[in-house]
Design a protein. Sequence first.
Length: 719
Amino acid sequence: MKLLLAKVNNMKISRIWIIFLIYSSIISLVVQFIVLPLIFPSFHRGSGVMYGGDWVVYQYWSDFYATYIAVNGWSYWSLYPQGFGLVGVTSAIYAFFGISKPFILIPLYSSLHAFGSLCIVLLMQKLGIKRSVAFFSALPYLIFPSSVMWVSQILKDVFTLNATLIMLYGVVSLFGILKANSIKAGIKLQLLSATLIYISFAIVFVIRPYMVELNYLYLVLLLISFNIWLVYKLAKRKIKLGLVVISIFIQLSLLYMILQLLSVTEDVTPKMSSATWSGYTADAEEENNMNILKLKALDEAGLLRKSVNRYWEKDDDVIEKKESLLSQVDKFNAERASKKMMKEIQAEMVAIEKINAYQKQLTSVLLDYEESKASELSPQERLEKETALFDTQIAAGIAADEMMKETQAEMVAIEKINASQKQLTSALPGYEESEVSELLDYEESKASELSPQERLEKETALFDSQIAAGIAADEMMAEIKTEMEFIAKQAKYEFINKNITSTQVDGDIIPRIISESDAEAIAYAKEVNFNPYIQKDMSQLFEKYESRVWQETALIPYYIDQKFKKIYDQRSYFYLFQSNANSTFDSDKDLNSSIKMLEYLPRALQVAYLAPFPRPFLYEKFKMYRSLQSQIMQTIVQIEMLFIYISLSGLVFAIYLWRRKVEFWVMISFSLFFTVFPVYAYPNVGALVRYRYAGIMLITAICLCALVSIYLNYKNKKL
């Protein structure tokens, strides 16, 4: 063991990085070529891609655009196709190598993960820790099973997590200016630190541009502290004035270059400024319009699971014939549809759904009448009636598509007139008296009394009236009747006028527009076997969103108050769209003011460093709502948290040992900022595990180093 530690102490930094790179590459290959296809084939989607996450969609779009580039040339490459910088990077790599499979990304992903782990080694050495101890303290970050997810699959986290650690190392290196032997050495150190910081921001800008402002805020706070520290050291005459001036100039240049990134970064934070439920769902409406196109495109690509409710599919081919309705799917493959177009598509789909409902109810009346009438007929009369109906069906089968389109337009007009369910119901008796009487008149006229031309005209007229009333061939009637029977069983909880149902695209939750009556019925339904998490969150959202309006705090500067509001808006948006996620937490807590945000800090710290708590995952009744894949992942995270709990016991010793080192407090501030912030903005344990990984693993490494140092000091009787 001593020999191993001695070798690591003398090991070059480049060799440590190579070791981390080899491990990351091997584990990625094992996952893609052994674990998924051989050990857990039910989790394997193909080509080393796992079921059930955003990586499925990223892989699809990366493959799509790589093929598009191969066919049309590199002039068609885009950095942000579909708004995803990750897809822009991966599609470029796929197109360059001509291979659209994730294993080709392993060198890039493993290199980034190795850099992140190496940063932890270097940061621990800044505290005076031996390289061997620093090496082993970085291993949890490197080998924790949860990290394997974003190293072996196509996710953004491998970029942003390691980029933030590179930024931290750059900032901590700034404080080494006192150790510079000359102004030249100090300038080199400052330039190296600024370069590392800018590279980290460039990575984040490409992959998660909405996080640039967050990282910038943290950097500004640290640089302010750094310059106060510089002035203090200058007053103590421990640093030269020229070096301080040059350092400030380099910092200002760095901030200016980062501001250029911010100037082209779109503000994607949702604005939740309305005071009503309908106002909160207004943002969701536009998102749903895009989801109509997304889900349709994913379904055609074979990426949509069978269990997903395909709400756009109807009992006839009206949608397929109305090319204008979904013609934007192809355009969606190249660019986002305009908001105006999305609203038109949503309105047209809702209208068609109402029209189909109108058809079903009218057809139901006709079927009931036909069944009652048939029981009163003699065998001969029944035979004649069936013969006449057969002739009518033949006429319906040879009708032109143009007639269908004209009839569809007429039915849309009818639907606008009969908008409400009450008006529709009141219209049914009129239909029964008029349309059925026409059918009886036709039955009374004998085929033998009409000439072929008259008979054809009569059948054509009857066909027109049948189409207008929603009467189609027997096959279509049977489908409608079957669907109506299914709808009748769920009549209490299904609504004709509802918009989009909540669904899931391989783990990517799609939002839903719901009316107040829909929300109330779903939230408090007892007969329906809803996931308890969903039922609880839905009811809480329905009851509390009316009161969740941001309240400005007079004692806090407006600029800071608006930053808090921005975080709150993101939190509210997350609750609205992710209320059916199993591990969402604290949806019952109002944080609609800066004061409430600050009061929530103790709870945020608790969740940030201790969640997921063991208790919820021991409940057997919750396991029925989770897949085997989800249960395995949750078990792994629980084991990781047990290790973290033990490691955090060394925090007290770390504070005692390094309380006078400014680098230590910079690292602590990093951990607090990037671990606690996700609790406010993304209140879901699954999202928290990913977003906080760099922050919580950094403090874990610090605590491990402290425990080892205390042990060595005790052993050597130096404590």
